[in-house]
Design a protein around this ligand. Structure first.
Ligand SMILES: Cc1cc2nc3c(=O)[nH]c(=O)nc-3n(C[C@H](O)[C@H](O)[C@H](O)COP(=O)(O)O)c2cc1C
Length: 166
């Protein structure tokens, strides 16, 4: 079912603390990673989704060589086992689609996969990417999230080019 504008955003924000799937990688490389942080809104006159990926993630390497990604949102409270697997295991060590009951389904408007078993899908085209500058970061947040590892996030702003329930 096609949706309009930001219809699915409240569902996504409700599910976000439990995790949603960020999927990147063409063909066999397709790798779903659980994310708990994301923003959605309008910038440059476009509806956008921003995701934050640490350098250490396998997903970061995949993001580095692509212009597109997808975000798949489970029905609230579902796919918890799969979210846990994709949020603790790396695509470097596991083919996460093969190891879980999740199925890669070709996206409609970008050359990526979505997670078939999820309820809502966003297909995004990266229009801006920005490494964090620690000099601009709140000290409390730096201590809490980065002090020990210095493994900063890179912010990717994707224009939402397609969104649907399916
Ligand atoms: C609920 C939850 C939310 C997470 N959110 C993020 C996130 O927003 N950004 C991030 O870089 N990692 C996040 N992670 C950690 C990654 O999902 C985890 O390190 C994963 O194993 C990386 O997979 P990859 O190496 O295949 O990319 C989250 C993990 C969980 C369990």
């Amino acid at each position: 079912m096609m949706m309009n504008g930001f219809d699915m955003i409240p569902e996504m924000m409700k599910q976000l603390p439990k995790g949603v799937f960020l999927t990147v990688g063409k063909g066999e490389e397709a790798n779903p990673m659980t994310i708990g942080w994301a923003l959605s809104g309008i910038i440059w006159g476009k509806p956008v989704m921003m995701v934050a990926v640490r350098y250490s993630r396998h997903t970061y390497g995949l993001m580095d060589k692509t212009e597109t990604f997808t975000v798949s949102v489970p029905q609230f409270g579902e796919l918890q086992k799969e979210l846990n697997f994709c949020g603790t295991k790396s695509g470097r060590d596991f083919d996460k689609f093969a190891e879980t009951d999740l199925t890669p389904q070709p996206a409609k408007s970008v050359e990526q996969m979505v997670v078939k078993e999820a309820k809502y899908h966003y297909e995004c085209k990266v229009i801006y990417r920005q490494s964090m500058d620690p000099a601009n970061l709140d000290e409390g947040i730096k201590e809490k999230f980065y002090e020990s590892k210095h493994d900063y996030h890179v912010f990717f702003i994707g224009e939402i080019v397609n969104e649907y329930e399916g």
